[in-house]
Design a protein around this ligand. Structure first.
Ligand SMILES: *Cc1c(COP(=O)(O)O)cnc(C)c1O
Length: 462
C-alpha cells in the first residue's frame, strides 16, 4: 500500500508526498491529506515506545511516503539534522511536576513548538529542490512565532529565499529580534507600516498575482503544510511511549492549546493511526470559535480579540477543514459545499449526531485571561515551574483531567510581559535569548502596499 495525497475538496489529482509538501495548499483551495491513514498494530506501538525521538520520527514519517519518493536513509539524515538543533537530547522531554505531566515542546531554536515542524520542513524543502531542481521563494506574514520559526528553519539553505512580513513595532521585542538578527543572505525581513492583517492581505495579493507567483516560485510555510502535521504527530507517540513503557492497553489524554487546529489535528492523526488516546482536550483563549463548535456544532467566526496568548488569537482555524473532512465521512463534495457556505454566510453547522461523535474524543474549553494568569501564578507558587500563557490555557482546560499530558508550546521567557503580570517579575532569559537585543539586525521597513513589497522582492532577488 502506498499513500497518495488528495484534497479535502476532491479536485486535485493524487500526489506523491514530495509533491504534497511542495504544493502546501491544495490548488482547489482545500487542504491535502493522505488517501488512507496507515494503521499501527499494538506490537508495533510497543516497539516504538523504546525508540529515540529521531528514530521514531523516521518510523512515523516513512509510512506517509514511498521509498522511491523519499528513501529511508535520506529521511533519517534529514531527521537527524532537524532534531540535532534542539537543546535536549530527548528533543521533546516529558517532565513530571507537581503531580502533572508536561510535554516540553519549546527546546528548538526559537523556543516554541513550531520549531519541531519547521526545522523538518526546511530540510525537506532543501532536499526536494536539490533533487528535483528549481528554487523556492517563501513568503509569509507573521504576528510573531511562525515567522521566526520559519526563518530559523530555512536560514542558509540553498535554493530557498524567505520573505517574512511582520507589523512594524507590533510584535514583541524578543520576537522581532529573533527574526531580524538572522543575517543569512537568504533571509529577508520586512516590517510593514500597518497591522498583521495588512501583512496577510499583501501576501494573499501576491499569491493571487499568478505571473509573479510562477516567476518566483512562491511557497507558503503556514500550518496547512502536511509535513508540519506529520512532524507534530511524532511527539504524541513519543509522549505515550514515555508514559506507557509500551503497554498498548495504556490510554492517555492530551491537553492542547489551540489556534489553527494544527497541533491538535496532529494528535487526532496519531489517534486515527492507532495511538491509544483517551481524550483530546482542546483549549482556546477568548477567541473560542473551536470551543463553540465542539459545544454546539456551529462553526462561525467572531471578532478577534487580543489576549495574553497571542499565537492563539485566531477566529478562522485553517486546519479545521481537515478534521471536518473526516467527521463528514471523507465526503469531499460536502466539505466543498460547507466551505463555500462558510465563505458566504460566515457560519456553518454539522448535524447533532456528528457533534456527539466528535464529543466522544474531544473535550473543548475556553479559558479567560483571569484564569490564565491565575494558572501561571498558582502553579509557580506550588512548584516553582513557570508556564507560558499558551501552555497555561491548556493546563487550565485540563483541570478535571489531572493525568493528561499537557503540551507546553512555548518557553515562558518568550512571553515575559504576561508572565510578569502573573508573578510580579519577568522570567530569567534562557541562553538562546541572552545578548539577542545587542546583536546586529537587518530589516526593511516598507509601506503596507502590495506594489511596494513586490518591487522590494524583485529588487532584492535581482
Ligand atoms: C502557534 C501556537 C499555538 C497554536 O497552535 P495551532 O497549531 O495553531 O493550534 C499555541 N501556542 C504557541 C506558543 C504557538 O506559537
Amino acid at each position: 500500500m502506498s499513500v497518495r495525497y488528495i484534497s479535502t475538496r476532491g479536485q486535485v489529482e493524487p500526489l506523491s508526498f514530495s509533491q504534497a509538501v511542495m504544493m502546501g495548499l491544495a490548488t482547489d483551495g482545500g487542504l491535502l491529506l493522505p488517501d488512507s491513514i496507515p494503521q499501527i498494530s499494538s506490537a508495533q506501538l510497543s516497539r516504538w515506545a523504546a525508540l529515540s525521538f529521531t528514530d521514531l520520527a523516521v518510523e512515523v514519517i516513512r509510512l506517509f511516503a514511498t521509498e522511491a519518493d523519499l528513501p529511508t536513509a535520506d529521511l533519517r539524515a534529514i531527521c537527524q539534522r532537524s532534531f540535532a538543533r534542539f537543546g535536549r537530547p530527548e528533543v521533546t522531554p516529558l517532565v513530571h511536576v507537581g503531580g502533572r505531566r508536561i510535554l516540553e515542546l519549546f527546546h528548538g531554536p526559537t523556543l516554541a513548538f513550531k520549531d519541531v515542524a519547521l526545522q523538518l520542513l526546511g530540510n525537506l524543502f532543501e532536499y526536494f529542490l536539490a533533487r528535483d531542481g528549481g528554487s523556492l521563494t517563501i513568503l509569509g506574514a507573521t504576528s510573531g512565532d511562525t515567522g521566526s520559526a520559519a526563518i530559523h528553519g530555512v536560514r542558509g539553505r540553498s535554493g530557498i529565499h524567505i520573505f517574512i512580513l511582520h507589523p512594524h513595532q507590533r510584535v514583541s521585542p524578543i520576537q522581532e529580534r529573533q527574526m531580524t538578527t538572522v543575517m543569512d543572505a537568504n533571509v529577508h525581513n520586512v516590517a510593514i507600516q500597518g497591522s498583521f492583517d495588512d501583512g496577510q492581505r499583501i501576501v494573499k495579493d501576491l499569491f493571487n498575482d499568478l505571473d509573479f507567483r510562477k516567476a518566483y516560485q512562491l511557497g507558503a510555510i503556514n500550518s496547512i503544510n502536511w509535513a508540519r502535521i506529520l512532524a507534530q504527530a511524532v511527539y504524541y507517540f513519543y509522549a505515550w511511549g514515555q508514559l506507557s513503557a509500551g503497554n498498548p492497553q495504556r490510554r492517555v489524554s492530551f491537553a492542547v492549546p489551540t489556534g489553527n487546529f494544527g497541533d491538535i489535528f496532529a494528535g487526532y492523526l496519531a489517534f486515527r493511526m492507532g495511538l491509544p488516546v483517551e481524550r483530546l482536550i482542546l483549549a482556546t483563549n477568548r477567541n473560542d470559535i473551536l470551543t463553540r463548535f465542539f459545544q454546539s456544532g456551529l462553526y462561525g467566526a467572531g471578532q478577534v480579540v487580543p489576549t495574553l496568548s497571542p499565537s492563539m488569537d485566531i477566529q478562522r482555524a485553517s486546519n479545521f477543514e481537515r478534521y471536518l473532512y473526516y467527521l463528514l465521512d471523507e465526503d469531499a463534495a460536502q466539505v466543498g459545499r460547507l466551505m463555500a457556505e462558510l465563505e458566504q454566510r460566515g457560519q456553518i453547522a454539522v448535524p447533532e449526531v456528528k457533534r456527539q461523535l466528535a464529543a466522544t474524543l474531544f473535550t473543548a474549553c475556553a479559558v479567560s485571561e483571569v484564569e490564565t494568569l491565575a494558572q501561571i501564578r498558582t502553579f509557580y507558587q506550588a512548584t516553582g515551574y513557570l508556564l507560558d500563557p499558551h501552555t497555561a490555557v491548556g493546563f487550565k482546560a485540563a483541570d478535571s483531567f489531572p493525568d493528561a499530558i499537557c503540551l507546553a508550546t512555548a518557553h515562558p521567557a518568550k512571553f515575559g510581559a504576561a508572565v510578569a503580570e502573573a508573578i510580579g517579575h519577568e522570567p530569567a532569559l534562557p541562553p538562546e535569548l541572552l545578548g539577542l537585543m545587542e546583536r546586529p539586525s537587518r530589516c526593511a521597513v516598507l509601506a503596507a502596499d502590495t506594489a511596494v513589497v513586490k518591487q522590494h522582492m524583485i529588487d532584492t532577488l535581482a
